[in-house]
Structure formats: structure tokens, C-alpha cells
Design a protein around this ligand. Structure first.
Ligand code: COA
Length: 212
């Protein structure tokens, strides 16, 4: 999922609207699976606030360093603390979510942003999904995505898009399991070390009154 940086940057300049209330999805209806090293502490996904900026940034930097081929953004271009705090301020334009274990340790992140163009106001873009290696395969990724979709539904959004590098099989499987379908292939969206990477463009509709 790489275009998210551009998407979020566009949204950072969008007019600030009144904030959505804190969204919290404990376990999102998905039973936690135990993995070696994970305790039975409750898994919670909630909307991040400016006070989470430091924790968010440290997970985001880890994502860009650990999985450089999953994200087109480079660590050196990641906004600093002040800009991140501004991005995490409550808004109906965007939502940053964090998955927590026992409400303390941030295990994963994802963000969702509404397109600013008038003709696309009912559409949004999910980007930057990342779960720390120690927490993988325990349902955090799914909970984060479900919370993002729930936020979109609460905002009366009708469609959510994302882009994913064609080699990111685990992420593609997750998106497909949540009802995303591939509608396009964008070739050579970014390059690293002389290699170019393609992305699948995926989309999912959100129907009024339906569960996500
Ligand atoms: C993709 C990612 C977010 C998944 O997070 P996670 O917390 O491990 O995922 P979950 O435990 O919630 O698993 C949800 C589903 O994802 C798929 N999945 C996750 N890891 C997988 C793997 N290693 N192989 C195959 N499928 C996998 C499965 O469909 C899984 O459902 P299942 O457990 O019922 O089989 C995580 O692997 C990650 O951070 N990867 C690196 C960054 C990345 O690729 N981000 C996406 C950018 S677009």
C-alpha cells in the first residue's frame, strides 16, 4: 500500500472539519489468536490522537525500515513530530488507527483518508497498514482494517480504495478476505535499488446499513 503517503499528504492540506469522536473497536469481533511471545492481554484498536504521535512515529519508522519494499515512502521523508501531531488531530477528513495490546503497547497502525475532491467526497483511501513482527498472525492486521472500514461507514463513505505492491501476498490475502477486489494494475509505481515495483489497485464498497 504505497500511495497512501501522497493521499494523506493531500489530505493534510484539506480543510479541517470537526473531529470524529474517538472510535474504539475492541477486538473488532475477531478472536485473538495466540502467538509465541504474545500474552492474553486484550487487543484494542482505537483512533490515535496527537498524544500518540511519538508512538505512532516510532512504529511508522520501523515499518519503513523493516519493509521498505511494501511502502513507497522513504524514512527520510516521514513528517516529524509536530506535523504528525497535526495529522493526528481529530478530523472527519482522515483517521489514524493504532492497535494496542493491553492498551499500552502499540502493535500496529493504519490510516484512512477521505479524498478531498468534491466528486470523490464519499470515497476514501486506506494506507500504511503495518503490524510489528512480534504481533503478526494474531489478528491485529484484520482488526485494524475492520476498524478503518467501520470509521468509513460511520462517516457515510461509500467506497474505500487502496494500492498494494503485487509481492505483498499476506496483505493481499487480508484485503481479499475483507471483500476488497482488484480493479487494476499500476506498473512501476516506484523503484528501489534499480528494481521497479507494481501495485494492485483494490477497492471495496460500503453498503448503507450493512456490517463491515
Ligand atoms: C500484512 C500485515 C499487516 C498482516 O498483519 P497481521 O496482523 O499479521 O494479519 P492477521 O493476523 O490479522 O491476518 C489476517 C489475514 O491476513 C492474511 N495473512 C496474514 N499474514 C499472512 C501470511 N504470512 N501469509 C499468508 N496470509 C497472511 C491471512 O488471510 C490472514 O487471515 P487468516 O489468519 O484467517 O489466514 C503484516 O503482515 C505486515 O505488517 N506486513 C508488512 C507490511 C505490509 O505488507 N503492509 C501492507 C502494505 S499495503
Amino acid at each position: 500500500m504505497t500511495n497512501g503517503t501522497e493521499s494523506t499528504d493531500r489530505l493534510a492540506s484539506a480543510p479541517e472539519l470537526r473531529c470524529a469522536s474517538i472510535f474504539e473497536a475492541a477486538n473488532s469481533g475477531v478472536p485473538a489468536k495466540s502467538t509465541p511471545g504474545e500474552s492474553a492481554a486484550p487487543r484494542v484498536v482505537r483512533q490515535l490522537t496527537p498524544s500518540d504521535a511519538g508512538a505512532y512515529l516510532s512504529v511508522r519508522m520501523r515499518a519503513l525500515r523493516e519493509r521498505p519494499l511494501a511502502f513507497s515512502s522513504l524514512p527520510e521523508n516521514q513528517p516529524g513530530l509536530a506535523e504528525t501531531m497535526a495529522q493526528l488531530a481529530e478530523s472527519q477528513e482522515r483517521c489514524f488507527l493504532g492497535a494496542f495490546q493491553d492498551r499500552q503497547i502499540i502493535a500496529g497502525i493504519v490510516r484512512l483518508a477521505r479524498y478531498p475532491e468534491d466528486e470523490e467526497r464519499s470515497h476514501a483511501y486506506i494506507a500504511g497498514l503495518y503490524v510489528l513482527p512480534a504481533f503478526r498472525r494474531a489478528g491485529y492486521g484484520r482488526s485494524l482494517m475492520q476498524a478503518a472500514l467501520e470509521w468509513a461507514r460511520a462517516q457515510n463513505l461509500r467506497k474505500v480504495n487502496l494500492a498494494v505492491v503485487t509481492e505483498q501476498e499476506p496483505a493481499i490475502r487480508l484485503y481479499e478476505s475483507l471483500g476488497f477486489r482488484t480493479y487494476g494494475l499500476e506498473r512501476a509505481t516506484f523503484s528501489r535499488d534499480g528494481r521497479t515495483f507494481d501495485e494492485y489497485l483494490m477497492t471495496r464498497e460500503i453498503f448503507v446499513g450493512s456490517a463491515v
